[in-house]
Design a protein around this ligand. Sequence first.
Ligand SMILES: [Zn+2]
Length: 458
Amino acid sequence: MANRIAPPFDETVSKFCKDTGRNLTEVTNLITAFAAQYGEYGKNLNTMAWLWVQNQGMAPLPLKQSSTPFSTIDKPYLTLNQVLSKESGIGENTGFAIRGWVFGRREGKSSTGGPALYLTLADGTDAYDVNIYGKQVETVTALGINLFDAVYIKNAQMHRMNQNGEPLTTPRIQVSGQYAETKKITTGEFDLPALKDIPASPLDSLKPYQTALVKGLVFETNQREYSGCPNCMSKFKEKVAYGASSDCPGNPAKQRASCGRVTATRMAWTDIHINDQSGELKLSFGPSFDFNEEQLKALRFRPIVSIGYLDPESNSLQSRYMNTEEQFNKMASAVPTASVIPAPNPAPVSTVSTATPVVITPTPIVTTPTTATLPAPTVTTSNPIPPGAIASSLPPNGAVAPLVENWVRLMGPKTEAEMIKFMNEKKHIPVQAVKNTVKEMIEMGILVTDDTGKMRLA
Ligand SMILES: [Zn+2]
């Protein structure tokens, strides 16, 4: 059973004052007086405030699960399959290390409104979502961790229960709190197999909620179009003509507010049906992927690579990533094996025992352990990093290329100037890094220039 801790004093008190309209100073004084009765024990004001609120006949904020690992597994790393196997017996407050390739990256919010980052990792034994919360989100963002980066995470934790102590349908790997550490690594470090050697799961082997890397031939595609808000992609309740101005409906079910007056834009859900030797599978893509007809036509009869989780309701793979197998292989062989960005020093961590609040938010993406037998990772010795690589402060092209590729896929043909402007202003990527990447992507045949001088995906 996990350790439970009271929420921070300030949180408890401000919630109470908000609910009751009482004065902050007055309440603080009352709690201090209440705590004084308990002598030494009363010095933990977090629990005292929590108890005092209960004494007033009010429900205090729920207790939080402590992020403090009571023990750590003394191994350089565990494979995802080892972590997820039922036999692993990893306790709730046990830190362990994992490593893998980033195949999906989504930003989000925790249930208390704090930042959250969801990385889908694959390491050759399994694929899984890793939920990052609190200060660790800043660390991971500062490292510039993106698609196709290899990462090493120390003191990740496994959660099998929610904050009420009820079992989760599928366990969650969480990275938060003062002991967690994340860094970029290279192929071979910690025996990480090369990106191109990450195996795909047979299509007929997937289990509900399992996150998997799949490969197959596209034999059918279709789209469900709708008119929606270009910012939040919410659907207009009554169809608004594309290009017309209307009020964004927001999404009350997801507590998403209206974006105000917007231009109705064509949005679409896309289904791509693929096969492999074992069977067929429908890949489902949300509106942010928005393929156009021409792109879909070009995909037919081509082998593709995708990653996502199997949604049992629609019996489809909710996809996070897709590319043609050819482009994926090009990308995989272009991923630098021994050039890393120098990592900023991690910020000093507080040693206060009432550590960072741990947010136990069930994310919609949950997975179950894979049972498919996959080849053992290739063991190679880790390459020393050449000094030249460290001297460069530009992100490796392998990190920028997926961004350029996704953006062009979403937005259509673009000039190099447009790419530089967007990547520099919106993604804070140095101009030279964008130029280098675009040059390399053209050389590799991933981007091609059309008659008007704009670049599109090959
Ligand atoms: Zn909107």
